[in-house]
Design a binder for this molecule. Structure first.
Ligand SMILES: Cc1cc2nc3c(=O)[nH]c(=O)nc-3n(C[C@H](O)[C@H](O)[C@H](O)COP(=O)(O)O)c2cc1C
Length: 208
């Protein structure tokens, strides 16, 4: 058994504050995107695309939009939760080396996608698997990734000229990092902790 993969899985972190902003060599970025592109997909539909965003003006516009959505979420919180949330950084859009926006095209593969007829979401699941591959490959490369979801899809689709029917699934901040934290940010800041594995495993039926 090789322990390398387990080690990468354990080291992977959602990064916000640790980006250094150094450039990522093209061949390194390509290896990470190649890993994402090797993800399994329902009926081989490969419904993902990757939009690499380096332009600071585009990133600035997205960062401002995310700040507005952060305020919307904060306003929905009870006071005690709000105090905890205020201390949490939720993005590293401008500090990272680049953004990689992963999109999902539910029409990819046509109408007869093998394995999707009963569960439409399997298309979306495939795109999310590409994201996980990207995240792990970046970790193996010594890079960091931070998933940003504080946005309205219409805003991001407009900003990046994403065609109708294609959904922006994630803005991933990607780049060089000073280090990876060993404990998730949300746990360190007292927002929410990981649940024990024993709680997640069931035998023979969900209620057992
Ligand atoms: C679908 C998804 C959306 C997320 N959106 C955000 C986000 O908008 N901002 C943020 O700071 N972290 C975001 N995260 C990161 C999670 O907070 C993080 O994965 C979780 O706290 C566990 O920490 P870890 O990834 O470092 O293990 C997101 C993660 C996922 C899977």
């Amino acid at each position: 058994m090789s322990t390398a993969l387990y080690d990468v899985i354990a080291r992977r972190r959602d990064v916000r504050a640790e980006f250094t902003g150094e450039p990522v060599p093209d061949d390194q970025l390509l290896r990470v995107l190649e890993a994402a592109h090797r993800a399994p997909s329902v009926g081989m539909s490969q419904p993902w695309d990757f939009v690499v965003v380096r332009d600071q003006a585009t990133r600035g516009a997205f960062r401002d939009h995310v700040a507005t959505e952060r305020d919307t979420f904060a306003a929905s919180l009870p006071e005690e939760r709000r105090g905890t949330f205020d201390k949490i950084k939720i993005e590293g859009i401008c500090e990272s080396s680049m953004g990689v926006v992963v999109t999902h095209d539910q029409q990819r593969g046509g109408t007869h996608v093998l394995g999707r007829h009963a569960i439409a979401d399997t298309g979306l699941f495939s795109t999310v698997l590409a994201i996980q591959n990207l995240w792990l490959a970046a970790t193996a490369e010594g890079l960091g990734v931070g998933w940003v979801s504080f946005y309205r899809e219409e805003f991001l689709a407009d900003l990046l000229d994403i065609p109708e029917g294609v959904r922006p699934i994630a803005w991933l901040c990607l780049g060089t990092v000073s280090h990876l934290e060993t404990v998730p940010d949300l746990e360190r800041h007292g927002w929410r902790a990981r649940r024990p594995l024993t709680d997640a495993i069931h035998h023979e039926g969900w209620r057992a």
